[in-house]
Each structure stands twice: as C-alpha cells, then as structure tokens.
Design a binder for this molecule. Structure first.
Ligand SMILES: Cc1ncc(COP(=O)(O)O)c(C=O)c1O
Length: 386
C-alpha cells in the first residue's frame, strides 16, 4: 500500500520548502489555487477600479453556497464568520439564558469551546464541565449529566488534545429528548470528515476555516437549525445584508428585510476579499476532490501512524477504532525526555508536528503522502528506547 500512488495530487499544495507539514490541526496550508486567488485579490485592491460593485454581494453568496454544499444544508442557513468563536459568541448572547439555567461543557475541551460561555456566569447561569468517564464521551453519560436546569450542551466533534470523535447522532438524540440545545464545535473535523447536518443531530455547528478547510486565518462559519435561529434573542442588521439587489447606492430599508435569514448574523464586512476569496477557492478544491475521498486518504495515513507504534513504548492516546478516532493522532511516552528528543529529531529532519499537553500530535491531511508518514515514523522509532 505504501507504494501505491496517492489518488490526491500533493502538487495542489505547497511549496513546503522541503518540509513536511503534519499539523493541519493547528493551521491548514493554503492550496496553490487559493494562494493564486489571494494574489489576484491583492492586485484588485492595488487597483480598485478592477473591483466590480457586484462582487460585494457575489463573493458572500458564492461562499455561502459552497459552505452549504460542504455541510449538506441550504445556503441560506449558513452564517459567514471569521472564526469558531464568532458562532459560539453569537449563541452565548442569543440563547437568552437566565439565572438558574445551566450550560454543560466537557473537561479537556479546547478553550475556544469553553470561554464564550463564561460571560454568562455573572448573570447567574451555571457553566459546568463534565469529566468524561471514558473517551470518547458517551451519550449515556451525557444523559446522566443533564439536569432539569441544563439548557445547552457544547463540545467539540473531534477533540484537539485527545483526538477522539464523539457520536454526534447519539448525543444529539439525548439532547433532543431532554430539550437541550446541542452546539457542536467542528473545527477539528470539518474538511477532514463528511458533514451532513441533518443526520448528525446537533442544533448548531461552528467551525473555523483555517485548519482542515485550508483557508486563510480569520475564516469560519456557523450553522443553526432554522428553529434555533428563530429563537435567537439577539439581532443584527449589517447594511450590506439589508440592501436590495446588488446596487451599492444607498437605499435604506425601513425595517429589517431578512430577520429570519442566516445572513443577518454574518460577520460584518463579508465581502472580505483577501480572506474569503482564497477560502472559497480552498473549499471548492476540497469539494472537487470530495470530502469522503479526502477522509479515506487521511484515515489511511492515520492508520499508518497507529500501525507504526505497535509493539513500541509509545502509547496511542487517541482511540484506535475508526469510528472513535479523528484525524489528529496523539502519542504519549512515559519518559518526557523521549518525547522531547523525538519532537526535536522530527523538527530537525524537517517534519512539523505539534506538542500538546506533553504529547506528540500528528495531523496529516490531503497533501501528505504515505512516504512522508513512513519517513516520520522511522524517525519516531529511531528515538524510541528498545
Ligand atoms: C477545537 C478548536 N476550536 C477552535 C479553535 C480556534 O478557534 P477560533 O477559530 O475562534 O480562533 C481551535 C484551534 O485553534 C480548535 O482546536
């Protein structure tokens, strides 16, 4: 299998200047097509006469449509954002939580999933973190942890520090039965795993665009079920979303035109050409290859990492089971000196991974090849005491 040609052309990305990037869980690299688009957008900004008025409307519309395709939702249910946090902040303000209500979070989750809810503490809302009894967190434990006060469960789909993926459909079912709003942070999975919001069981999905979706930094999106959107206590009326047609001459409406539409909640300045045009190019590239195809490719590389440490003193922190793991793979060693020496040796050989909580995190994606993983794991094994 190692010699089989990769079905995904690694030349769509780079140049990586001789290095191997195994850290999509931190930042996904811009594909070449997106980098070209970024250059085009810079040129337009240098000579603004080349920027047509209509593009202020067309770019957000095209991005919304692509994101809709990506997550299996109608385009008009997609909120354009600049981060994961944008959607979480919107919900923390918009869910109209009151003193005595409870937001349930998960211990060990990424800080971005936790901190937006902390603003509710001074209002008397209890923000409680449950500790998973096993990993991945089970729907059965969620059912036991929900109390009559629980209004929201918010957690990651794939966990940054452990690499596990939760069963969103099972947890979503428990939440639905108990009338708890289920908010899912998809930042460590969207782009690496197929998404179908109607089958996955959550009420809200938030994600950044700069990891597995390979967009520029400061990109993201949010999706809410129409029912949840209608419940939002918070409203916005950004002028570009209130205009009729694609004419920039100011015809100010008397009332909010689209207060039931997702676009009402878009981050301001959605015609963010320098970021959103390249991001759109990245998403279109990924969709063209097929997210299912990318997931299969990535998971083959993940399996290669798991297989390579069998019988060694490295411990797999992430679950081994394909239905419980994600694309970040976390490895742990009892001896921190071995961990440090391995990280150092990888970096020296031009292989970029992350160190998180004393563990090594490998995060391969579509531009990586089996040969790169083989090389990386040979370095890991060479640093491992017999
Ligand atoms: C799970 C998770 N959520 C969110 C983020 C980033 O949040 P934001 O897009 O708001 O900066 C990260 C990583 O940086 C992450 O790992």
């Amino acid at each position: 299998m190692l010699n089989a040609p990769s079905a995904i052309d690694p030349g769509l990305f780079g140049p990586f200047n001789g290095r191997t990037w195994l850290n999509a869980a931190h930042q996904g690299p811009l594909p070449r097509a997106a980098a070209e688009m970024a250059h085009e957008m810079v040129a337009q900004k240098q000579a603004p006469a080349t920027l047509p008025d209509e593009s202020f409307f067309e770019l957000p519309a095209r991005l919304r449509a692509s994101l809709g395709r990506l997550i299996g939702a109608p385009a008009d249910e997609v909120i354009l954002a600049n981060s994961t946090s944008y959607g979480l902040d919107l919900l923390a303000h918009g869910l109209d939580l009151k003193a005595g209500d409870e937001v349930l979070l998960v211990d060990g989750d990424f800080p971005a999933t936790i901190t937006p809810w902390l603003i509710l503490g001074p209002l008397g809302v209890r923000v409680r973190r449950l500790t998973p009894e096993r990993r991945p967190l089970s729907a059965e434990q969620v059912a036991r942890q929900i109390t009559p006060a629980t209004r929201v469960l918010c957690c990651s789909w794939a966990f940054s520090f452990t690499g596990e993926t939760i069963d969103t459909a099972a947890i979503g079912q428990v939440c639905r039965q108990r009338q708890v709003t289920f908010v899912l942070n998809g930042s460590q999975a969207v782009g690496a795993q197929p998404v179908d919001v109607s089958a996955m069981g959550m009420d809200a999905l938030v994600s950044c665009g700069f990891k597995w979706l390979c967009g520029p930094y400061a990109t993201g999106f949010c999706w809410l079920t129409p029912k949840l959107r209608e419940r939002q206590a918070y409203r916005q009326a950004y002028w570009l979303t209130q205009m009729h047609g694609t004419d920039l001459s100011v015809e100010i409406p008397d009332s909010i035109r689209n207060h039931q539409h997702a676009e009402q909640y878009d981050v301001f300045c959605t015609a963010n050409f320098l970021n959103f045009a390249p991001w759109l190019a990245s998403i279109e590239l990924l969709l063209g290859i097929g997210i299912g195809h990318i997931a299969a490719h990535d998971q083959r590389l993940v399996q290669q990492i798991i297989d390579a440490i069998q019988g060694t003193s490295w411990r797999l922190v992430s679950p081994a089971r394909p239905d419980e793991r994600s694309t970040p793979v976390l490895l742990e060693h009892d001896d921190q000196a071995v961990t440090q020496a391995t990280a150092h040796a990888l970096a020296k050989q031009g292989i970029d991974i992350a160190q998180r909580a004393g563990r090594l995190r490998f995060a391969p994606h579509l531009y990586n090849t089996p040969a790169e993983i083989e090389n990386a794991m040979e370095i890991v094994i060479a640093q491992t005491p017999a």
